[in-house]
Design a protein around this ligand. Structure first.
Ligand SMILES: Nc1ncnc2c1ncn2[C@@H]1O[C@H](COP(=O)(O)OP(=O)(O)OP(=O)(O)O)[C@@H](O)[C@H]1O
Ligand SMILES: [Mg+2]
Length: 259
């Protein structure tokens, strides 16, 4: 399996929306995709109309057991989260090998060899986020055009450098996505220019009420067409080019891949 963390320690940059849209589009394009909701806010879980009332994700991480896997489509699954996961932030701190809880639990999860695992990171650089970046091979960085973004990226880059040095030497940034963009604002171009100097810019995504409604109503699976989804398809294509993961031949029947 190949693990991609959708990350930025800054809150509200559209990490979850990006994980949902890119995951859905990759599954619709024929990839086998598994989503992991590593945020106790459980927004990714809600975007697909699911819930994990029993704290199964937290228990699996704490005990090193396989993650819960729920089916969203024939080739599309999710490990749902809930608020219980917030206990990880304090309880894993004193655990030996605390960075490796997710990596160990993923290894015990019965996922297909060709599964692409997309992990939605929480907005912090705490234990849960570090677990995501320890389990991941690549990072999809999600940036919103704004005044404090570039400072946040400096901190993020420092954390990635430390993780590379101490726990995950192969961790790399596949690229960045600029989200919630307003084409007529000069800050969009400025931030896009700055980000593109450091990371491959995989695309810019427009503001879109349809996508906002689909995620907040838990209807993501039903969303077929919207302007942000079109933008995310460009991101999906660019991401596929940069995946350090082989392309598999597409299976026969596209209709039910992504539910
Ligand atoms: N392209 C878009 N158009 C309109 N609204 C969007 C778009 N992308 C994200 N949003 C909205 O912006 C808000 C923040 O998005 P989201 O929850 O995906 O960010 P996040 O980075 O995961 O937040 P957190 O850091 O809290 O986990 C949400 O209300 C979401 O619906
Ligand atoms: Mg989120």
């Amino acid at each position: 399996m190949h693990v991609i963390a959708v990350a930025n320690q800054k809150g509200g940059t559209a990490k979850t929306t990006t994980a949902a849209a890119v995951g859905l589009l990759l599954a619709r394009a024929g990839r086998r995709v598994h989503l992991v909701d590593m945020d106790p806010q459980a927004s990714l879980t809600h975007a697909f109309g699911r819930r994990d009332a029993e704290g199964r994700l937290f228990a699996a991480l704490a005990d090193g057991r396989g993650l819960p896997v729920e089916r969203l489509g024939e080739r599309f699954t999710i490990s749902p989260s809930d608020i219980t996961l917030s206990r990880g932030e304090t309880e894993f701190i004193s655990k030996p090998g605390r960075e490796h809880c997710l990596r160990r639990a993923l290894a015990a999860t019965p996922l297909a060899d060709d599964a692409l695992v997309i992990v939605d990171c929480p907005p912090s650089l705490g234990v849960l986020a570090v677990n995501c970046l320890t389990a991941a091979r690549q990072i999809l960085l999600v940036v919103q055009p704004g005044g404090f973004e570039l400072q946040a990226l400096v901190h993020f880059e420092q954390t990635v450098a430390l993780l590379r040095e101490w726990v995950n030497p192969h961790l790399s940034v596949a690229g960045a996505v600029l989200t919630n963009c307003h084409s007529r604002r000069s800050i969009t171009e400025q931030v896009a220019g700055e980000v593109a100097r450091v990371y491959p810019l995989l695309g810019t995504v427009r503001m879109d009420a349809q996508l906002l409604y689909a995620t907040t109503a838990g209807n993501m699976l039903a969303l077929r067409k919207s302007k942000a989804l079109d933008d995310y398809d460009g991101v999906r294509i660019n991401l596929e080019k940069r995946l350090s993961w082989p392309n598999r031949p597409l299976p026969e029947s596209p209709a039910s891949w992504a539910g």
